[in-house]
Design a protein around this ligand. Structure first.
Ligand SMILES: Cc1cc2nc3c(=O)[nH]c(=O)nc-3n(C[C@H](O)[C@H](O)[C@H](O)COP(=O)(O)O)c2cc1C
Length: 200
C-alpha cells in the first residue's frame, strides 16, 4: 500500500506533524510504503484561474505541484494533515487543494479515466479551541478535495484543545488511535466511511 502523507502546517514538530507521524509509523509497521510531503518546503502557487486544465487536464503553472500530481495519482491512501487556521485549512493546504482542480477537470469536464476504486482518504486536524463548529470548514474542503482526486473519505481524526507545540504529546490515546489507523491502512484494509453531511 502506498500511503502518502501531506502535511500542511508551517510549524515543524507541531501537533499535526506529530499526529501524522504516528499514523505513518503505524502504516510502515504494517508493511505500507510511506511517503511524507511537507507543503511548507514546496513552492505551490495558488490557482490562477487560467482554465487551461479544462482543455488539457494539466495545470499550466510549472512549480512544485508538478512533483505532487503523480504522487496523488499513485497513492492508495492520501492523508491530509492540517491544523485549523481561522476555521479552515492552512493556506499551504488550500493552495495545494485548489491546484487539484486540474484533476477535477479530468474527471468532470474531460470525463477521463481516473485512478480510484479502492483509494482512501484521511483527514488529520488539530485546533486550539473546543468550538463545536471548528472543523466544519476543513471537513467540507477536504470532502471535495478527496472527491476531486477520487479517493473515498474513509477516516478522520480531529483533535480539539491542542495549541502549543507538542501539546498533542499529552494525548497519548489520540496518537495510539492514529497509529492503529495507520496499521489498518498500511495492510490494505478498507476502513469506514466518514459522513460529512449534515456538516455539523
Ligand atoms: C494563524 C492561526 C490561526 C488559527 N486559527 C484557529 C482557529 O480558528 N480555531 C482554533 O481552534 N485554533 C486556531 N489556531 C490554533 C491551531 O489550530 C493549533 O495551535 C494547532 O494545534 C496547530 O497545529 P500545528 O502545531 O500542527 O501547526 C490558529 C493558529 C494560527 C497560527
Amino acid at each position: 500500500m502506498k500511503v502518502l502523507g501531506i502535511w500542511g502546517s508551517p510549524r515543524v514538530g507541531g501537533n499535526t506533524e506529530v499526529l501524522l507521524d504516528a499514523l505513518l509509523r503505524g502504516a510502515q509497521e504494517a508493511g505500507g510504503e510511506v511517503e511524507k510531503v511537507a507543503l511548507r518546503k514546496l513552492k505551490i502557487s495558488p490557482c490562477l484561474e487560467i482554465y487551461k486544465c479544462f482543455e488539457t487536464g494539466e495545470c499550466p503553472i510549472k512549480d512544485d505541484m508538478l512533483t505532487l500530481y503523480p504522487k496523488l495519482l499513485a497513492a492508495d491512501v492520501v492523508v491530509l494533515a492540517s491544523p485549523i487556521f481561522f476555521y479552515g485549512l492552512t493556506a499551504q493546504a488550500k493552495a495545494m487543494i485548489d491546484r487539484t482542480q486540474a484533476f477535477w477537470a479530468r474527471r468532470y469536464v474531460l470525463k477521463q479515466e481516473f485512478p480510484g476504486g479502492h483509494r482512501q482518504g484521511v483527514l488529520l486536524s488539530t485546533a486550539a479551541t473546543k468550538g463545536k463548529h471548528v472543523f466544519v470548514g476543513a471537513r467540507l474542503a477536504t470532502y471535495y478535495f478527496f472527491d476531486a482526486i477520487n479517493v473515498r473519505y474513509a477516516a478522520e481524526i480531529l483533535v480539539r484543545e491542542v495549541d502549543e507545540k507538542g501539546a498533542i504529546l499529552g494525548r497519548p490515546e489520540v496518537l495510539a488511535e492514529a497509529e492503529a489507523l495507520g496499521r489498518r491502512l498500511g495492510r490494505g484494509e478498507q476502513v469506514g466511511q466518514v459522513k460529512v453531511f449534515p456538516v455539523v
